[in-house]
Design a protein around this ligand. Structure first.
Ligand code: SAH
Length: 210
């Protein structure tokens, strides 16, 4: 169930759905998604579905992880990426296999601790973790070439834009429980440009630490 053939099936499905970046597809193929979910759900880990990870949170659907990664790592290739909403750490691991350094912030300490253990077990040593409210970003470690947010705020958190380099990309779902859109904001010399990538459904981005 965690065989190469099962993973290959997932990759060809993502290809069919429009994921074209081969580095992203390689990352999805190589990161063992089954270790990011409960053992009871491991047999479903290579299906293209979101799954519960406890504490009322979910592991994102592989297609969405691939879509967001593809948007974040598009040319010019980023080397420093900030992720908000570590959750189980699956998206973190995919990013860590694509870029030089990943900084990740999670408001629920238990999830962060478990994610750190999983990435350590995978010997992914290019990730720094922080227990905090991601609405503030991680100013001391910025600016970042890309920021990827995996929980949905109602409005764009300004601090995340401020922590981007000029030309940097922010991939973020915005909206409420009825309607959310995955957006790509690109910082320009004078402000920010905005594109819509897709309709999505993420858990809400909350305030404060959990
Ligand atoms: N990235 C995960 C999915 C995470 S689910 C994956 O790879 O599957 C969204 C996560 O965002 C949850 O763990 C939730 O606790 C976290 N979150 C919500 N609001 C937050 C905030 N303000 N700061 C940091 N993390 C937040």
């Amino acid at each position: 169930m965690t065989s190469m053939r099962t993973r290959e099936r997932l990759v060809s499905r993502l290809r069919d759905e429009g994921i074209t970046n081969e580095n992203v597809l390689d990352a999805i193929r190589s990161v063992p998604r089954h270790i990011f979910v409960d053992e009871a759900l491991a047999s479903r880990a290579y299906e293209d579905i979101a799954l519960p990870i406890g504490m009322g949170q979910t592991i994102s659907q592989p297609f969405i992880v691939a879509l967001m990664s593809q948007a974040a790592v598009a040319a010019p290739a980023p080397s420093r990426v900030l992720e908000i909403g570590t959750g189980c750490g699956y998206q973190t691991a995919v990013l860590a296999s694509l870029v030089a350094r990943v900084y990740t912030v999670e408001r629920i300490e238990l999830l962060l601790t478990r994610a750190r253990q999983r990435l350590r077990a995978l010997e992914m040593n290019n990730v720094r973790f922080k227990h905090d409210d991601g609405n503030d970003g991680w100013a001391e470690c910025g600016p970042f070439d890309a920021v990827l947010v995996t929980a949905a705020p109602l409005r764009l958190p300004e601090k995340l834009v401020e922590q981007l380099v000029v030309g940097g990309r922010l991939v973020i779902p915005i909206g409420d429980s009825r309607r959310q859109r995955l957006k790509l904001f690109t910082r320009t010399k004078s402000g920010v440009s905005e594109d819509t990538i897709a309709d999505v459904s993420f858990v809400p981005m909350l305030r404060g630490r959990g």
